[in-house]
Design a protein around this ligand. Structure first.
Ligand code: PLP
Length: 383
């Protein structure tokens, strides 16, 4: 049987990973500035993470959500503390799309309304409502098309205010990334997020902070949306939450009441996933990784701004995007093929850096040196 070919693949088979490095099946070592797409938060195969999962595996791998799961409660308490969302409730699932799908459903259940506001270039996942709220018609199947999603321009306070003035009583919720990832690293402005908070309060709508990529400390705060100084009603999380073990979840404000049967899942919140997520939080706290993300991000952004050939740099913490000058568009492929460095991309020509929050300064310097060399190499290559 062949694999269903939906990914354009690099011809590299990764067989080993540690910290910010991975190795292929031929023993070639790579520096990972991509984190498997923002997933690796505390470093590949961190020993505490491995042990936590291993210990849990020996105790009990799975039972359904029909019984009390103390490890879920432990995770909820740890999340309350690290996120500073003290009295929020936790619903666990398995991925980012599922987290957003549940968040959107919950907004609709809670308000009894149907309309969701999303923004230009947004990416929220590939399940039915999450993909409908994603601004990319090429991945929306005909069956997922709906009139219930209203797309507005990102960071446009006026357009948002006008939309609420016109149909505020129909809006169930607003979904927004604190830093748009797939779009190419664009930050939501403070005034925009504060306006969302104010309009949701005024019209009884639910503010959903999609923190799947920009959350979990990557921006230098636990949620990138926190930079605006206002709380969302629901935060969706995944990626960095399990450091590679599949887990997602939503944090839900206390005024949104649960009801039996409202949401549900077979695998969500399974003990192995909870053990992985607890290990991530424990390492983040012990190694001060959120604080480190601010410092390392500042250093990296400043260095990129002073790198020849780089024309624009955006981002916060260790969620960074940069664009190269004309003629240097193939930088990612050169970094990978000739310098053995993985980076991420956003179309058409944005390089995304989403490394582990535990990346060392030496590894950052190694990346910057190799980037400089790659730029020089490209400049010397005849067009
Ligand atoms: C902001 C955002 N939301 C949701 C998702 C979907 O997450 P998943 O691929 O885990 O379903 C992604 C994935 O890239 C994302 O970046």
């Amino acid at each position: 049987m062949s694999l269903f070919q939906v990914y354009p693949l690099q011809p590299i088979a990764i067989t080993k990973a540690l910290g910010s490095h991975v190795w292929d099946d031929k023993g070639t070592e790579y520096l990972d500035m991509y984190g498997g797409h923002a997933v690796i938060s505390i470093g590949h195969t961190h020993p505490h993470w491995v042990k936590r999962i291993e210990d849990q595996l020996h105790k009990m791998a799975f039972y359904s959500n029909s019984v009390i799961m103390p490890i879920q409660e432990e995770l909820a308490a740890a999340l309350n503390k690290i996120s500073s969302k003290q009295d929020y409730q936790l619903f666990l699932c398995n991925s980012g799309a599922e987290a957003n799908e549940n968040a959107l459903k919950l907004a609709s259940f809670h308000t009894g309304r149907k309309k969701i506001i999303s923004f230009s270039k947004a990416f929220h996942g590939r399940t039915s409502l999450a993909v409908a709220a994603t601004d990319n018609p090429s991945i929306i199947a005909p069956v997922n098309e709906t009139d219930n999603i209203i797309f507005l321009p990102f960071n446009d306070v006026e357009a948002l205010t006008q939309c609420f003035a016109k149909q505020g009583d129909e809006i169930a919720g607003i979904i927004i990334e604190g830093i748009q990832g797939v779009a190419g690293i664009y930050e939501a402005t403070t005034i925009f997020l504060q306006t969302i908070r104010a309009l949701c309060d005024k019209h009884g709508a639910v503010y959903i902070a999609d923190s799947v990529q920009c959350g979990y400390g990557r921006s230098g705060k636990f949620f990138a949306h926190d930079y605006a100084g206002v709380n969302a009603d629901i935060y969706s999380m995944a990626k960095g939450m399990g450091n590679g073990f599949p887990i997602g979840g939503i944090l839900i404000a206390p005024h949104i009441q649960p009801k039996f049967g409202l949401l549900g899942t077979t695998f969500g919140g399974n003990p192995l996933a909870c053990a992985a997520a607890l290990a991530v939080i424990e390492v983040m706290e012990k190694e001060n990784l959120i604080e480190a993300a601010i410092q390392k991000g500042k250093y990296l952004i400043e260095a990129l701004q002073n790198t020849k050939g780089v024309k624009a740099v955006r981002g916060n913490g260790l969620m960074i995007g940069f664009e190269m000058e004309a003629g240097l568009e193939s930088i990612r492929q050169v970094l990978l093929n000739d310098f053995k460095i993985f980076t991420g991309e956003a179309k058409p020509n944005i390089v995304r850096l989403l490394p582990s929050l535990a990346i060392s300064m030496e590894e950052i310097d190694l990346f910057l040196n190799k980037l400089n060399e790659a730029v020089q190499q490209l400049k010397q290559t005849p067009a």
